[in-house]
Design a binder for this molecule. Structure first.
Ligand SMILES: *Cc1c(COP(=O)(O)O)cnc(C)c1O
Length: 406
């Protein structure tokens, strides 16, 4: 990797058409193109406006509970027997994960744009709950698209969204999961754009979504950087985060991208195995293609048919990945690896018992890899793992997997 500062100056990316190197762009119909231009203009104006930034920060403080702590994980550090491990505690945010950082930002933006209605896609339901939450707070009508299979598996989150006043629209097409929910949300948006803002939940989709979501999530790394400087007096040696679409990882990485001494690790879902259909590791088995408005790494067969995916964690179970991460993969700035279901479930247990923190199954992938990495790095090094969410939503599923309930 040559001249990191020049190649990877994140403030210069994406370019004006929404490209990170060859990845990203805006592959959508004419109707949506207009909506995306309007959104891009509104976002860029708001993001450079001190009044907007202050309002956003105030809501993060007063409503979300930020800054989230950077906790030294003594038990986990001793267990791994190597680098000092810190956890960035996104699990302590209101609604239980990092998704709320982005939902708050987009809701404030939609308010500015005069929109009356929010729509969103959701897989496990975390982003749906976050969007329903901000819709309730700011008085938007709200409709959440969710695959009918996901709605069945995550009935508790469906109930939560209903409590918050949102309507959950079950999508019966395709595999009845996240990909189909995104398609349906894009279809709705194309017809309702005058009144409606589409709150996309991860750093994916057509420009400006990857830029906007990464920007709203970059508070994670901004805080982590200040916190580690205060606690250790220097930058960390490595960062680890799990990768679904890429929002919690990019949120942590963004303010460290230019620091060559900080290694970064993105962890995908290795599922049951790395055979076709058994995992969601796009950088292991994927090829460059276009899906849902963005050019990126996609799990597809040679005919371009999108492959089925599997992961024990719904939040990582998706066939494409955000374009900015595809660029960091190609340039080697971020290392990618996969952690399988079993190792993630083991880390779920380990963190619960050693730290008194029950992590989300998504985050458990990062914990598992963090344990391996800390051991390899050895003593004297510093590692930050992003704990993207809490495990409350997953405890029933884990009990089911262990056969403790049916
Ligand atoms: C949604 C989710 C993820 C994966 O999404 P990213 O956009 O890649 O961050 C990870 N962890 C939790 C807790 C989630 O809810």
């Amino acid at each position: 990797m040559k001249d990191l500062k020049k190649v990877l100056k994140p403030s210069r990316m994406p370019d004006h058409s929404g490209y990170f190197g060859e990845f990203g762009g805006r592959f959508v119909s004419e109707t949506l193109m207009e909506a995306l231009y309007e959104l891009e203009t509104a976002f860029k104006k708001a993001w450079s406006d001190r009044v907007f930034r202050k309002e956003y920060q105030d809501v993060l403080t007063e409503f979300v509970g930020r800054p989230s702590p950077l906790t030294f994980a003594e038990g986990l550090t001793n267990h791994a027997g190597g680098a000092r491990i810190y956890l960035k505690r996104e699990d302590l945010n209101h609604t239980g994960a990092h998704k709320i950082n982005n939902a708050v930002g987009q809701a404030l933006l939609a308010k500015r744009m005069g929109k009356k209605r929010l729509i969103a896609e959701t897989g496990a339901g975390q982003h749906g709950v976050a969007t329903a939450t901000v819709a309730a707070k700011y008085g938007f009508d709200c409709e959440i698209f969710m695959g009918s299979e996901d709605a069945r598996r995550q009935s508790l989150n469906v109930f939560r969204m209903n409590l918050l006043g949102a309507k959950v629209k079950e999508v019966d097409g395709g595999t009845k999961t996240l990909k189909d929910a995104i398609s349906e949300a894009l279809r709705d948006w194309a017809q309702s754009v005058l009144t409606t803002h589409y709150v996309l939940g991860t750093a994916f989709g057509p420009h400006p979504f990857p830029l906007m979501v990464r920007s709203f999530q970059s508070i994670i790394g901004r805080e982590a950087r200040q916190q580690i400087m205060k606690k250790e007096g220097r930058l960390p040696d490595a960062l680890v985060a799990c990768v679904g679409g890429g929002s919690n990882s990019l949120g942590l990485f963004h303010h460290f991208i230019g620091d060559a001494s900080v290694q970064m690790f993105g962890i995908e879902a290795g599922g049951r195995s790395l055979s076709e259909g058994d995992h969601a590791a796009r950088f292991q088995g994927g090829r460059v293609g276009v899906l849902q408005g963005s050019k990126t790494f996609v799990l597809q067969n040679p005919d371009g048919q999108i492959l089925r995916t599997h992961s024990v964690s719904a939040g990582l179970d998706y066939s494409a990945v955000g374009p900015e991460l595809a660029y960091y993969f190609e340039t080697g700035r971020v290392h990618f690896d996969a952690v399988g279901d079993d190792e993630a479930l083991q880390a779920f247990d380990t963190l619960s018992r050693l730290e008194g923190i029950i992590p989300a199954l998504e985050s458990s992938h990062a914990i598992a890899y963090g344990i391996r990495l800390a051991r390899e790095m050895g003593r004297g090094k510093i590692l930050i793992i992003n704990l993207s969410g809490r495990g409350d939503k997953d405890v029933l599923e884990v009990a089911r997997l262990r056969g403790e309930i049916s």
